[in-house]
Design a protein around this ligand. Structure first.
Ligand code: NDP
Length: 296
């Protein structure tokens, strides 16, 4: 068997198009322009690229983009003061503080200071709690994108055995909550799991988010399973050139799985598209108007 490749890049482009249509409808019907503020502290090269891409995608969808680039030695008090201003700014509907923050800043305190209804990353404890008890809230973008890809590939996920590798607050835990909400039977694995291979082999849906290059071998995958590879790991190939690989041994997995996301071009592009979708949702909730339908 050769697995079907789940094209996250194409799906993300479609989602961004839908977001653009929702933004146009909001502007026409309510004069509402969703606004996203992105805060970057310091000059970490990878973070700078993410922030630039987020700003460009925000503008391309017709939304307002507010970039705040602060020096690496910005104090926690100054950062909290900026978050407070953004919380009170009616043109800003979503706030994203790019992680990681410099070591002298308490990232938890900064995230706690964001208005939960503007927390488009979905990292605030209030949104984590809402997700855990099944209330509407803002959901972390990467797992949200994974669920969209899964539902697009498989339809309803009800009754499937889902195994999530990784329990971070950014990916693994919210992913497990979303799969539970979708009526899967969910197993969460981590570095202390006794028999990872046996857990993985029971999975109809396997989501790998551990940050270890090509860690999951082909013989851990149940034949026909759907594999979502969240991992983004930079490795040096035999030719001495750097390249990105996932947490799954793609070449081995593709021969066993029913469907699989590639790295790059799978989950990665979904994250920014979901950030845009979250910003529209946050804007609608703050304005008390419904999110325009996709036919709009
Ligand atoms: P973290 O480092 O925060 O968490 C990794 C998790 O994997 C932990 O729960 C850890 O277990 C578990 N783990 C690590 N090693 C093993 C192992 N050998 N066996 C079993 N479990 C293990 O990573 P993130 O969740 O932030 O990211 C995971 C991956 O996803 C990374 O490659 C990252 O780059 C990528 N990523 C991709 C995104 C995208 O847009 N596509 C967005 C975010 C992340 P324990 O808790 O026991 O330590």
């Amino acid at each position: 068997m050769t697995a079907r490749i789940i094209d996250g890049k194409a799906f993300a482009a479609t989602l961004r198009g839908r977001v653009g249509a929702r933004v146009a409808a909001l502007s026409a019907r309510h004069g509402l322009v969703p606004g996203l503020a992105v805060v970057l502290v310091g000059e970490d090269p990878a973070s700078s690229v993410y922030v630039r891409n987020k700003g460009e995608a925000t503008k391309a969808a017709g939304m307002a983009s507010f970039d705040h680039r602060l020096p690496a030695d910005t104090s926690q008090a100054d950062l909290l003061a900026l978050v407070d201003r953004l919380n009170r700014d009616p043109a800003v509907h979503g706030i994203l503080v790019q992680l990681p923050l410099p070591a002298h800043v308490d990232a938890g305190a900064v995230i706690d200071a964001i208005d939960p209804d503007k927390d488009v990353d979905g990292f605030h404890v209030i949104n984590a709690g809402r997700l855990a008890i099944g209330r509407p809230g803002l959901v972390p973008c990467t797992p949200l994108g994974c669920r969209m890809l899964l539902e697009d590939a498989l339809g309803p996920l009800r009754g499937l055995n889902a195994v999530v590798l990784g329990r971070s607050t950014i990916v693994g835990r919210p992913m497990a909550q979303l799969l539970l909400q979708a009526d899967c039977t969910v197993t969460i694995c981590h570095s202390r799991t006794a028999d990872l291979a046996a857990e993985c082999r029971r999975a109809d849906v396997l989501v790998a988010a551990i940050g270890r290059p090509a860690f999951v071998p082909g013989d851990w995958i149940r034949p026909g399973a759907t594999v979502i590879d969240v991992g983004i790991n930079r490795v040096v190939g035999p030719d001495g050139k750097g390249r990105l690989v996932g947490d799954v041994d793609f070449d081995a997995a593709v021969a066993v799985a029913g469907a699989i996301t590639p790295v790059p071009g799978g989950v990665g592009p979904m994250t920014i598209a979901c950030l845009l979708a979250n910003t529209v949702e946050a804007a609608c909730r703050q304005a008390g108007v419904p999110v325009p339908g996709d036919a709009a």
